[in-house]
Design a protein around this ligand. Structure first.
Ligand code: ADP
Ligand code: ADP
Ligand code: ZN
Length: 216
């Protein structure tokens, strides 16, 4: 199973990837999570990425490509993976294709999450994330049992700084300009599968299983 989840910020990629990675027994490779960890740890990568992330801009391609080249070479990723939030530019997609080809691998499917802009704004501004395990909640549509506490691990929930309304608008623009061209790119490679990303989380998960079936 070698799948990439593609979609605007807030489309539900992380929510679905966390469950499906467990189900499929493959790692969930989320560049946003990896970068936030690096920022929190104050590593060189974190220092290089922080100012871009705060503004809702993309971190430079060479930084992301180096990070993912290394991550994909790790033993747990050789049998499959779910990519979440990568690739986000044509240059990243081309680099990914090359990195996989070097070891005789290839993507099996790219699943696009189709969600309206009004819904994205609602989701992002109400999103809360667990500091400890990165599980994602929503104040209205997916609240935790106890306010501010993660159901899964008891960790503290927080609001990402880049989920403020102003930064969210910038991120949606960045998506349209830099990431949306990947739709045509992967359509051209016959890898694109579109899933309607609105409605109950379970129903969307079933649609993704089916869409990714080709990647098995
Ligand atoms: P979202 O929940 O909006 O999909 P992510 O957690 O995936 O957001 O990413 C958060 C931030 O991390 C992005 O706004 C960007 O600054 C940076 N980032 C994550 N993945 C990439 C990538 N593939 N290329 C460039 N920047 C990235
Ligand atoms: P992404 O990783 O694509 O940025 P997330 O998985 O973090 O998106 O989801 C964004 C927000 O939307 C979170 O608050 C999450 O709880 C909520 N969410 C995810 N899927 C759905 C859904 N099907 N319906 C309503 N809210 C959802
Ligand atoms: Zn947690």
């Amino acid at each position: 199973m070698r799948v990439a989840f593609l979609g605007p910020p807030g489309a539900g990629k992380g929510t679905q990837a966390r469950e499906l990675a467990r189900e499929w027994g493959v790692p969930h490779l989320a560049t946003g999570d990896m970068l936030r960890e690096a920022v929190a740890a104050g590593t060189r990568l974190g220092l290089a990425a922080q100012r871009y992330m705060e503004q809702g801009a993309l971190v430079p391609d060479d930084v992301i490509i180096d990070l993912m080249r290394e991550r994909l070479a790790a033993a747990d990723a050789t049998k499959g993976f779910i990519l979440d939030g990568f690739p986000r530019t044509i240059a990243q997609a081309e680099a990914l294709g090359k990195v996989l080809a070097e070891t005789g691998q290839a993507l099996g499917a790219v699943v696009f999450f189709d969600v309206s802009e009004a819904e994205l704004l609602r989701r992002l501004t109400g999103r809360r994330v667990c500091r400890q395990c990165q599980a994602t909640y929503h104040l209205v549509s997916a609240p935790p049992a106890k306010t501010g506490i993660c159901d899964k691990c008891g960790g503290e929930l927080y609001q990402r700084e880049d989920d403020s309304e102003k930064t969210v608008r910038n991120r949606l623009e960045v998506y349209t300009r830099q990431t949306a061209p990947l739709l045509d790119y992967y359509r051209g490679h016959s890898l694109l599968r579109t899933v309607r990303g609105e409605g109950p989380i379970d129903g969307i998960r079933r649609a993704i299983r089916e869409a990714a079936g080709d990647a098995r």
